[in-house]
Design a protein. Sequence first.
Length: 130
Amino acid sequence: MKTVSRYTILIVDDSKLARMAVNKALNTLYPEWERLEAANAEEAVAAVKQAAPDVALLDFNMPGRDGLELAAELREANPKMAVAVVSANRQQQIVDRTSAAGATFLAKPITEAALGQFLKAVVQDRESRA
């Protein structure tokens, strides 16, 4: 059986409850992954500079910079990082802007199945390039 590489994931959401929900899903999906949390864009930028996570889940609606602005900034700092923008706003314009920023759109509330599908694709992509 192939062992799953250990990854670091950055969870950015101004809602502690939303971050807890993602952590709960991660406990089932990838319990061995290291997790970083940020409540806003500034904390997220600092975390990326310090730890260079492999994956970032970004809330779309946050005080200050929104998730799309943050996605562009983080991808510039770390082009190899996989990024998903999470939002309850499922308008096509938001989905299209997310894609244009080089990120994946995930609907909120995020489900374990949707998160698992996104993370599985990230792992397969990384391991196929390794």
